[in-house]
Write a protein that binds this ligand. Structure first.
Ligand SMILES: C[S@@+](CC[C@H](N)C(=O)[O-])C[C@H]1O[C@@H](n2cnc3c(N)ncnc32)[C@H](O)[C@@H]1O
Length: 263
């Protein structure tokens, strides 16, 4: 029997079901705090948060927009949204200023909760590489900005996280589809090219560390297994472990000191 092919949206729903529980205990909250500080959200702003997950960006944005502003947040994964809904249920500001919607952010046209040309700020953090056809996705999103509105998106460094690059190769070797589409990221300027080709003006490019002050992280082979287990689940784990080890060993050998620079 041919295995069922899942769409990107279905893949996101499946893979973030299990990650919802740990998201707020990971590196994400401190990263998001620094990320949102760069945005300068103003009272009265209408903010659209795409792939909002457990709501880290939106929870910071809601107090900033004031009672004349509004935050609308979309995500695919019911479990991520459940965590977020629990926060909203116990927070007066979130209950007044936040609309939460389960929807595919690569298909905003079919979302009845959104209005074109209406948002001062659109944010997408830690998710953009999950989408195919980045140019199509940003052009669609830009249609929801008001004139002069800002789109703030973070993308991965072309070489990091290294384990994801290994995993992408391994998954392709196994003939499976890798759920992140990062092959277009070749340098810090790759995203600029995509935006300018759609006549969007780039105001600012910032480099943001995943964890500040940590510098590059090098891991030895003894740390490889823990990391591999962290990024895989049972079935995938057994199918890919040997190939992953091969990628790791080959990188460690070419880097000379037996360690691999993972970020
Ligand atoms: C790594 S999490 C990031 C969540 C949040 N932005 C943060 O930084 O904490 C990626 C999120 O993207 C969501 N996602 C992935 N593809 C999606 C899609 N097509 N439509 C809506 N959400 C999607 C996932 O459900 C997940 O919650």
């Amino acid at each position: 029997m041919t295995p069922k092919q899942f769409s990107r949206f279905e893949q996101a729903q499946k893979s973030y079901q299990t990650r919802a529980r740990d998201n707020d205990n990971s590196w994400h909250p401190q990263y998001t705090t620094r990320f949102v500080k760069l945005i300068d959200i103003q009272p009265g702003d209408r903010v659209l948060v795409l792939a909002c997950g457990t709501g880290l960006e939106a929870v910071i944005a809601c107090p900033l927009v004031g009672d004349n502003g509004l935050v609308t947040a979309l995500d695919a994964a019911p479990a991520m949204l459940d965590v977020f809904r629990k926060k909203q249920a116990t927070d007066e500001i979130l209950s007044r200023r936040l609309v939460l919607v389960q929807h595919d952010v690569t298909d905003l046209e079919s979302c009845e909760h959104l209005e074109k040309g209406a948002y001062d700020v659109i944010i997408c953090s830690n998710a953009f590489v999950l989408f195919d056809d980045p140019g199509r996705v940003v052009s669609q999103w830009a249609g929801y900005l008001r004139r002069g509105g800002r789109l703030i998106v973070d993308i991965l460094h072309e070489n990091h996280p290294r384990q994801e690059l290994f995993m992408k190769k391994v998954i392709q070797q196994r003939g499976m589809t890798y759920p992140a589409s990062r092959s277009w990221i070749e340098s810090v300027h790759s995203f600029r090219g995509i935006l300018e080709a759609r006549h969007l003006q780039v105001f600012r490019i910032e480099a943001l560390d995943k964890e500040p002050g940590k510098g590059h992280v090098y891991l030895g082979r003894e740390e490889m297994n823990a990391m591999f287990d962290y990024i895989t689940k049972n079935q995938l784990r057994s199918k890919t472990r040997v190939l992953f080890e091969r990628e790791w060993d080959s990188a460690a050998e070419s880097e000379g000191n037996g360690n691999v620079k993972v970020s």
